[in-house]
Design a protein around this ligand. Structure first.
Ligand code: FAD
Length: 298
């Protein structure tokens, strides 16, 4: 990596589209049937990509800027790297290995931080606030801890960025906060932030053949032809890193590195029994409020 370039990393996750849940979406044991749901770009991560591209727009006239995507998941997650390149990202890495299976947020953030470290000098790491499948909002802050860099969470707007500082508006429960810091920093981007720009027609044409070795093998394309293309246009190769490539402590990966133990999974189906009709009278509303408070619902 070129140390004179301003280096931005976006952590992006490919997730099952939980908004389009059909009847096959849940297995009998209550776990997600990932094969039955279309895979999409995690919505908050698209917003993180937009903030990264906005930084690139603001800085590119004063210095070279590179936006790199890192995604950990199966080899098909290369799709979201290609999608990012259509919108303005420069390149990306798929971090993929069976040894990551069973990772909880601690092991996931450990693997992601090891991948970020492998890139060398980094100025800003952007992540989404939350992934729509795991939904914990833990991974961004944990990556910052492991990289030992400051973090700005819940970023809603990029107010200013220059070569040595960034000013971010944060969304809090009861208002907003403006934070200024230098680099390096990790920023987790809130769902209220700007939508990502659409695909750019020229970037789509330039990058449409971008793919990884696994994708070439899966599509049964000629590896020789692709090697020839990558030799001429190296940016079209989406690199894949396995566990060995990120120099990890193997004890901290996958199930071994995951202290979270899932005790049981319950499939909650709300039934009409849980509905209650009340009249629009003060006494009945007060009664309902008392019930909700005593049941710790509100
Ligand atoms: C015991 C246990 C076992 C599990 N086993 C598996 C398993 O085998 N397979 C599986 O798919 N999941 C598994 N999970 C779920 C997995 O832990 C979470 O999906 C993962 O840690 C990310 O957490 P999250 O989805 O809550 O992300 P959040 O913390 O909500 O995500 C915040 C942000 O972090 C970044 N981010 C998160 N994950 C990634 C990623 N993979 N790549 C790039 N950026 C990312 C994104 O920017 C995202 O917006 C398991 C969980 C537990 C508790």
């Amino acid at each position: 990596m070129n140390n004179k370039e301003f280096q931005i990393v976006v952590l992006a996750k490919q997730v099952p589209d939980t908004h389009n849940v059909g009847k096959d979406a849940m297995k009998e044991d209550g776990t997600i049937n990932r094969a039955a749901l279309p895979a999409i770009f995690n919505p908050d991560d698209l917003k993180a990509l937009e903030m990264a591209l906005a930084c690139k727009d603001a800085l590119k006239d004063i210095m070279p800027v590179k936006v790199t995507i890192i995604t950990m998941g199966p080899s098909r997650a290369a799709e979201i790297i290609r999608e990012s390149m259509f919108r303005g990202a420069d390149n990306g890495f798929v971090v993929s290995d069976r040894r990551f299976a069973g990772s909880d947020t601690l092991a996931t953030s450990y693997a992601l931080s090891a991948a970020v470290k492998k890139l060398g000098k980094i100025d800003i790491v952007f992540s989404g606030r939350q992934a729509i499948d795991g939904d914990t909002a833990q991974v961004g802050p944990q990556v910052a801890e492991k990289l030992e860099i400051p973090q700005i969470t819940y970023a809603e707007d990029l107010l200013y960025v220059a070569e040595d500082e960034i000013v971010i508006k944060r969304r809090l429960e009861r208002g907003v906060e403006t934070v200024k810091t230098g680099f390096p920093v990790l920023v987790t981007v809130h769902g209220n932030a700007n939508d990502c720009r659409p695909r750019h027609a020229k970037l789509l044409m330039t990058n449409k053949k971008a793919c990884s070795v696994s994708e070439v093998l899966e599509r049964q394309q000629s590896m020789e032809d692709m090697e020839a293309l990558w030799a001429k246009k190296p940016f079209l190769k989406i690199e894949e890193w396995n566990a060995d490539d990120i120099n990890p402590d193997f004890e901290r990966l996958g199930l071994t590195g995951s202290p979270t133990k899932v005790k049981s999974i319950e499939n909650v189906v709300l039934t009409s029994k849980e509905n209650k009709k009340i009249n629009n009278s003060e006494s009945e509303i007060n009664e309902l409020m008392k019930e909700l408070v005593s049941a710790h619902i509100i």
